[in-house]
Ligand binder design. Structure first.
Ligand code: FAD
Length: 533
């Protein structure tokens, strides 16, 4: 039950998918220009990879996979498709960590973006400085964030905004939003971009920013891959929290530190009020602001992951969870460097003063900056070793308006989740500030100044998948019935009406941008917005 999916099973799956989805092909890859045709891979392994993703719930087979050796290849492919009477669809595949087939292209071409890295000759991540921008990194859309972390730390620099997991591509997260406990303060990743290079659905290669070609720039940020393929992003950098090494001139020997705290609550109102207070700050007036603020649930559905806490305290935390059913965990991180090392404890005291967590249930760790940022990878390695990583992930990510989060807690956390006997997975809940998002971007948030991110991150057995999917449906139905105006994040709506509702007043602009930048509806069919596949 716990073993990873055997390859023979996947090949069988591919064969049955080919048979079940077989339809007359609208075009033949043999028609492709010669140079391009050479880079199209039709082999079963390539097709298999391109027809699956981290979610393991949707499988769509492309006709071929393009391994581009240059950005020009991407432009040529799009132009070739556009020249046909019935253009084929094209999906950029970053690291394939979508959940619902968003990077797939049924009967079309999937572009294996990470292949570009082999042809960059080391120019995939370039750190520079220029006035008035200061330090920034020019990063290929196919690069993954962990490599950006390493390359920038070598120069003593870092981006400000991260996702919880760093093995995602720049293009993949900027197409959604890129959010985490950093977003309340530094904005989502889409708010941390100076400039983009994009190949549009017309095949044009365009550089855009908030000042130049701004319509394309804002369309692409959070645009679900609908308008163009990101081939470069210019990302602002700041000095990383450094601690001097023995060799002052070698940044690689420096260590970057954080204080990492978790506090436990039994009462949701107290927990959420404390979270909301922590994210309402005035950067110029208040010195001690956390650099990261998150939240999660400990649900009384074993197994509980208590690895953060001292072994001696784990029994009393377990009995707390048994007693209350749910324990809410507030998580804080404060970076420190050589300068602030002496005062970081004082700053932490200032931040937590007035918080109403359960007395004595506060835990603190020192970690390196990278250990903290790359924390999910540690869990990934553990799950992989148990064969629990390559399994279905029926995740549900929602933005919930602050005004209804308490109703959500009653109906979903204490209601649906506690009552059903599905293992808990990992559930996050924390608020963020909408002022850090730019309304001109395609990304959608609820219509309130503060909204919560709720992520229900399950790993399911193939046999339990339906039960989790039903539970997700129940949650969505509950929100609908209770009039809670949630927005789904990373979702794939099933009908056009649902997408129109999702985008609300922004739908018209979204549609107009599609008509301008991808008039033949070539790009990102897996999102199922303009094409049903
Ligand atoms: P893919 O799955 O390859 O592609 C996703 C979409 O983006 C597709 O529509 C694709 O066509 C498009 N796309 C890919 N590359 C490009 C490009 N260069 N230009 C234009 N479009 C492109 N998200 C968060 O916001 N915060 C988190 O903390 C977070 N944690 C995660 C943890 C895990 C373990 C996983 C699996 C996902 C997490 N995500 C998180 C979600 C993740 O950000 C998205 O699923 C993201 O799209 C994955 O990146 P990818 O490179 O794998 O994209």
């Amino acid at each position: 039950k716990n073993s990873i999916v055997p390859k023979s099973f996947l090949l069988l799956l591919l064969t049955s998918l080919v048979l079940s989805q077989a339809q007359p092909q609208p075009w033949s890859p043999l028609q492709a220009p010669k140079e391009l045709a050479k880079k199209l891979n039709h082999g079963p392994n390539a097709l298999l990879l391109a027809s699956t993703d981290f979610g393991h719930t949707v499988h769509k087979i492309p006709l071929a996979v393009l391994n581009p050796t240059s950005i020009n290849d991407i432009s040529e492919l799009i132009k070739f498709s556009k020249s046909l009477p019935n253009p084929f669809t094209i999906a950029a595949r970053g690291n394939g960590h979508s959940l619902h087939g968003q990077a797939m292209a049924y009967n079309g071409i999937v572009i294996n973006m990470t292949e570009l890295n082999s042809h960059r000759n080391g120019s995939g991540i370039v750190v520079s400085w220029k006035a008035p921008l200061g330090y920034y990194a020019d990063v290929g859309g196919e690069q993954i964030w962990i490599d950006v972390l390493h390359a920038t730390l070598e120069r003593g620099l870092t981006p400000l905004s991260w996702t919880n997991y760093l093995y995602l591509t720049i293009g993949g997260t900027l197409s959604n939003a890129g959010i985490s406990g950093h977003s309340f303060r530094f904005g989502p990743q889409i708010s941390n971009v100076h400039e983009l290079d994009v190949v549009t659905g017309n095949g044009d290669m365009i550089t855009c920013s908030a000042k130049n070609n701004s319509e394309l720039f804002f369309a692409v940020l959070g645009g679900l891959g609908q308008f163009g393929i990101i081939t470069r992003a210019r990302i602002p950098l700041v000095p990383a929290p450094t601690r001097a090494s023995a060799n002052f001139f070698d940044f690689r020997e420096k260590i970057y530190f954080v204080k990492w705290l978790r506090m436990l609550y039994s009462d949701f109102l107290t927990f959420s009020k404390d979270q909301e207070n922590l994210i309402s700050f005035n950067e110029s007036k208040q010195k001690s602001v956390p650099d990261y603020m998150g939240g999660s649930l400990l649900l009384n559905h074993p197994p509980l992951d208590l690895s953060f806490y001292p072994v001696s305290d784990q029994p009393k935390i377990t009995s707390l969870v048994t007693r209350f059913g749910i324990i809410y965990v507030l998580e804080l991180v404060k970076y420190y460097d050589n300068e602030s090392r002496k005062i970081v404890d004082k700053e932490i005291q200032e931040i937590i003063r007035g918080l109403n967590f359960l007395p004595t249930f506060i835990y603190e760790k020192d970690a390196s900056y990278e250990q903290f940022l790359n924390r999910v990878h540690t869990e990934e390695l553990a799950l992989r070793s148990q064969g629990l990583w390559d399994r279905p992930h029926p995740w549900l990510d929602l933005f919930v308006p602050k005004s209804r989060i308490s109703d959500f807690n009653e109906g979903v956390f204490k209601g649906i989740l506690l009552k059903q006997n599905l293992t808990a997975g990992f559930s996050q809940v924390y608020p963020t500030n909408r002022s850090k998002w730019d309304g001109r971007m395609s990304a959608i948030t609820p219509d309130e100044d503060v909204f919560y991110l709720v992520s229900l991150l399950y790993t399911s057995g193939f046999d339990q998948l339906k039960a989790y999917q039903n539970q997700n449906q129940q949650i969505l139905q509950f929100c609908k019935d209770a009039g809670i105006q949630i927005k789904q994040y990373l979702s794939r709506e099933e009908t056009l009406e649902q997408w129109v509702e999702h985008f609300g007043p922004k739908w018209k602009v979204f549609e107009e941008r599609k008509a301008a930048f991808d008039p033949k509806h070539i790009l990102s069919p897996g999102q199922r917005i303009f094409i049903k596949q």
